[in-house]
Design a protein. Structure first.
Length: 334
């Protein structure tokens, strides 16, 4: 794609994304119908975090039951290892981080409909009131926290920049933010061991999301081993069974983690790359996932499940990169 065409596509995608009727237009478009037919043989792995909007999440589940086939992690792992093929329009529901709302709001809604799911948990936080480090970072920046290790930026952008640092530098930056902020981050409700067992009893399988949630590709060898294997041991102790599934923090794949997961007998690993999955064609430890939120509208969810919106997202990103390589900002193009 030449830079001129890339610029036009990026502008069109941005305007459509910001227009209130854009999702409805996409859902009714011939492209949606084409993408939906193409997606019928793929697996849609929905990657949520919390269940911040229970009513909207309930609407998501209603859509999945009407038009898709919710499947279990066990069935996905079977297909990923050459077993029975999944039904057409299969979907797997997953959650990252182990937010307490998955237990408080998600579990009752999932259990009432018999929809299986997976919750990838950070066992280093289980039973504590420690905040997620990204939530703490945003709070500290909003309250005047500074660090010389990254340029000053909005709280959410500071989190993104910290993820690019080595793990040691990230920890030092966080210490500086804590020392300079006018108020510490308040305690945050985390899942307990009892709640983990209740999730599993209710059909939500507990998976491994590392011990403390660093970006593994920014860690040293010893820390990668600890983050994967100590988390594995702790989750085994907490739930009474060894986890078989892993989700890479921030979606950052790391070959060292891959080796440790294989060593520990993991049967599946999940990315966070906003793509439909093909368990038979991908390595079982490299399964694709779609990015979604419990606040995502049902109309938008339909275009995510078809693969149309993810395709537009990737096209817009490629366009932006093409323009950047051409050395001319999008705002200067008419």
């Amino acid at each position: 794609m030449n830079p001129e065409a890339a610029a036009r596509l990026a502008r069109w995608h941005g305007r459509l994304d910001g227009w209130q009727g854009g999702d409805t237009l996409l859902r009714r478009s011939p492209a949606q119908a084409w993408f939906r037919r193409r997606a019928a043989g793929r697996l849609a792995v929905l990657g949520y975090h919390g269940v911040e909007d229970p009513a909207n999440f309930e609407a998501h589940l209603d859509l999945l039951q009407r038009r898709f086939v919710p499947v279990s992690l066990e069935r996905v792992e079977e297909a990923a290892h050459g077993g029975r093929a999944l039904p057409s329009r299969s979907v797997l529901v997953t959650f990252d981080d182990g937010d307490h709302t998955v237990h408080a709001h998600g579990l009752p809604l999932l259990a009432a409909r018999g929809v299986p799911a997976v919750c990838f948990v950070i066992p280093g936080l289980v039973g504590t009131s420690a905040p997620f480090w990204w939530d703490e970072t945003e709070h500290l920046v909003r309250n005047g926290g500074t660090t010389h290790r990254v340029p000053p930026a909005r709280p959410d952008l500071t989190v993104h920049t910290l993820k690019l640092l080595s793990e040691r530098e990230r920890q030092l930056a966080l210490a500086e933010l804590r020392a300079t902020a006018s108020a510490p981050c308040p305690p945050q409700r985390q899942l307990t061991a009892v709640q983990l067992r209740e999730l599993e009893k209710g059909g939500v399988v507990v998976g491994n999301h590392t011990l403390t949630h660093p970006c593994l590709d920014r860690c040293g060898d010893d820390q990668v081993r600890r983050e994967v294997l100590e988390a594995h041991d702790r989750l085994t102790e907490l739930t009474g069974r060894p986890p078989t599934s892993f989700a890479y923090p921030n979606g950052n794949v790391d070959e060292r983690a891959h080796r440790f997961l294989t060593q520990a007998g993991y049967r599946s690993g999940f990315l966070y790359n906003h793509r439909l999955a093909d368990p038979g064609a991908r390595h079982p430890l490299r399964l694709d996932r779609l990015v979604v939120s419990s606040r995502t509208s049902v109309v938008r969810l339909e275009t995510i499940l078809s693969g149309l919106r993810p395709a537009l997202f990737r096209a817009g990103r490629r366009a932006a990169r093409a323009v950047a390589r051409a050395g001319q900002p999008l705002s200067s193009r008419s």
